[in-house]
Design a protein around this ligand. Structure first.
Ligand SMILES: [Zn+2]
Ligand SMILES: [Zn+2]
Length: 161
């Protein structure tokens, strides 16, 4: 509620639902994915409402718009320092808790840096496992990828079998 007010957005049930959905996902959804999810709970919500709300929240700095995916903007309500990693095979955007920078909140060449956003690209742990089983990939989505992060225990090295 406060986050919406600070963003200059009148808090409505629909807008609260948009922000709540973003705050509870780690999938960095596109605007269309936000719309699809919120529409389930609020069938009367307009696509334009979702787009406008995401825009207003982004402009106000209440959420992040990520340009890590060339095909669509993605959104993140987690403003903490973290790196976004995009898998070039399955397209997932994953949070990496790595040391992002050593120049956070300090003067750099006379400029005061408040935040550094870094994107990382490569092949995620799940896709690496699949590649070991199917050596020659043709760039298609792995069959096992459903758009949801894999559940259960975290995969570790040597955990591919
Ligand atoms: Zn992947
Ligand atoms: Zn994130």
């Amino acid at each position: 509620m406060e986050r919406l007010r600070e963003a200059g957005v009148t808090p409505t049930m629909q807008r609260l639902a948009i922000l709540a959905f973003l705050e509870n996902t780690k999938l960095h959804p596109t605007a269309d994915e936000v719309y699809a999810a919120v529409h389930k709970e609020h069938p009367t919500i307009a696509r334009a409402t979702v787009y406008n709300t995401l825009d207003a929240l982004t402009r106000a700095g209440a959420i992040l718009r990520l340009s890590v995916d060339p095909s669509a903007a993605r959104y993140d309500a987690d403003l903490g320092p973290h790196v976004h990693f995009r898998c070039r095979l399955c397209g997932r955007v994953i949070d990496l808790e790595v040391e992002t920078t050593n120049c956070l909140s300090r003067q750099v060449e006379g400029h005061h840096v408040e935040a550094v956003r870094t994107y990382a690209f490569g092949v995620c742990s799940s896709c690496q496992c699949e590649r070991e089983q199917v050596p020659q990939r043709d760039g298609r989505l792995p069959a096992a990828y459903s758009g949801e992060p894999r559940r259960g225990k975290k995969r570790e090295e040597g955990d591919c079998a």
